[in-house]
Design a protein around this ligand. Structure first.
Ligand code: ADP
Ligand code: MG
Length: 482
């Protein structure tokens, strides 16, 4: 919030779907491909060609609608939005107008420590345009039609967002959601996720916002935040100097960090919307709906509730699991073989995370299965092998050959051979002898040093001892020292 001016923000987010073919024509799309190599008579609008709906697009849109808890329209049609632009070969875009595939949903997202709910006004299916390239030829605008007809979903939020930080966090949540659903790669750098932001300010002491401005084409999280911060400041200054903010569409200059006027907002009738006559209305089948409901993975907010309320995990642990939903999936899989959340987490947040970081890989590329991690957790819990040894020796050996069975490996490396009482005592004694000053400090009240004595002894015993037994022995010998 800036002074007493309250920002009101609504986002229009374009999500590029990762389908094999385009929305209404059979060719595929690949970011960065040689210009004009991914085209087809339909997407180039050759006379006499007819569009056909891509079923996968409808399926993906429905999946998103379900994830947003939105009201799904069982029968819908497409509409033509007419405008002239060189990168729009048909002279109109096929989109949805009066029958969007869904309306009135919501999405929870996390901002700092709290969750906020943003209403979703609608999601509509549409197609992308080609690209106009102005900076290659000094005299001409070049056109690349590869992107023409690529399927997009436009998600429109209610103006429920109240700060640039919230807007950014919301967009991050949308990216996470579409990736989790597997419908888009959500890559902002490649334009798979694009955002227009509407923003107005409510003056101090009032409850209605002034005119809203739409800032177009914000193609990074940072630009979204920067553009909104700039707009808040610009609009506030206009009001404070007695002016009014014009309802207009603006662009964002990322280099200068400022927004600039693009055009005053078109009136709806400028687009002459009418139902697409070349395609019949689409009927969503009940089977598809049921099938998708069945396929729907649990969503971040549900998982958060499950982890913090049902499994009693700490916020830090829950955060770790939902930050990367593939980790949460791995965790859930592991729980199926060994239902001890804390033990599995100890492995995931410890040795597994370290290994992922060290090798710069994602959990999907991690060589050990959730079942193996569950087994390791069980082995450590039962103290067949101590956690330290299991997480170092056993884990490392398994990474070298993930096909190995942990239990056989324990035998092979004779990790389960426990030291007998007298050898434990020998080792503990030698450890204590190495730390005379520490023992003195211990007796003066620094009881935390107990961990050091136990740890050192375990290390010397190569983990082949029951840690409880070692602790007992350490205590026994320490008390004798007095
Ligand atoms: P239109 O049909 O004029 O495009 P919509 O109802 O589709 O209007 O809303 C477009 C976007 O503008 C939505 O994301 C919505 O949340 C946002 N919006 C509406 N009113 C305001 C406002 N006062 N301030 C900021 N954004 C707003
Ligand atoms: Mg709109």
């Amino acid at each position: 919030m800036v002074g007493d001016w309250k920002p009101v923000i609504g986002l229009e987010i374009h999500i590029q779907l990762k389908t094999r073919s385009k929305n209404f024509s059979p060719e595929g799309y690949e970011y960065g491909a040689e210009p004009n190599t991914l085209t087809h008579p339909v997407s180039l609008a050759y006379p006499g060609t007819l569009p056909v709906v891509n079923k996968k697009v409808v399926e993906y849109a429905t999946l998103l609608a379900l994830a947003l808890n939105a009201e799904i329209r069982k029968t819908f049609h497409f509409s033509r939005k007419n405008y002239f632009y060189p990168d729009l070969p048909k002279g109109y875009q096929i989109t949805q107008y009066d029958t969007p595939i869904c309306e009135n949903g919501y999405l929870h997202f996390k901002i700092g420590k709290t969750w906020k709910k943003v209403r979703i006004l609608r999601v509509q299916i549409e197609e992308d345009t080609g690209k106009s390239i102005h900076d290659i030829d000094p005299f001409y605008t070049l056109l690349d039609f590869n992107r023409a007809g690529v399927p997009l979903l436009e998600l429109v939020t209610a103006p429920d967002i109240n700060s640039p930080e919230e807007a950014q966090a919301f967009l991050v949540a949308v990216r996470q959601l579409v990736r989790h659903l597997g419908i888009s790669d959500g890559n902002m750098e490649e334009g798979s996720l694009r955002c227009d932001a509407n923003i107005s300010l409510i003056p101090p002491g009032e409850d209605k916002p002034g005119n809203r401005v739409e800032v177009k084409n914000l193609n990074s999280f940072r630009f979204l935040r920067k553009a909104l911060e700039y707009e808040i400041e610009r609009q506030r200054q206009i009001y404070e100097s007695g002016g009014t903010v014009e309802r207009e569409t603006r662009g964002f200059d990322a280099v200068k960090g400022v927004t600039f006027p693009m055009r005053t907002k078109e009136e709806l009738h400028d687009y002459r919307y009418f139902p697409e006559p070349d395609m019949p209305p689409y009927e969503l089948s009940q089977e598809l709906l049921e099938g998708l409901k069945h396929k729907m993975p649990p969503l971040p907010f549900q998982l958060w509730k499950r982890y913090t309320e049902e499994l009693n995990l700490s916020e830090k642990e829950a955060e770790f699991l939902i930050e990367d939903l593939d980790i949460s999936r791995f965790f859930e899989e592991a729980l199926k073989s060994y239902n001890s959340p804390k033990s599995i987490l100890k492995w995931l947040m410890g040795p597994v995370r370290a290994s992922l970081n060290q090798n710069s890989i994602s959990i999907e590329q991690f060589p050990l299965s959730p079942q193996i991690i569950a087994k390791l957790a069980q082995i450590a819990d039962k103290e067949i092998v101590h956690f330290t040894v299991a997480s170092q020796k056993l884990f490392r050996e398994l990474l070298k050959d993930p096909s190995k069975d942990p239990e056989k490996l324990i035998k092979e490396l004779s990790l389960d051979q426990k030291a007998d009482d007298s050898s434990i005592e020998d080792v503990v004694r030698s450890v204590l002898q190495a730390f005379p000053e520490k023992i003195e400090q211990y007796h003066k009240g620094k009881t935390g040093l107990l961990g050091l004595f136990i740890g050192e002894s375990m290390k010397k015993l190569k983990g082949k001892a029951d840690p409880r037994k070692v602790k007992e022995t350490v205590l026994k010998l320490l008390n004798k020292e007095q």
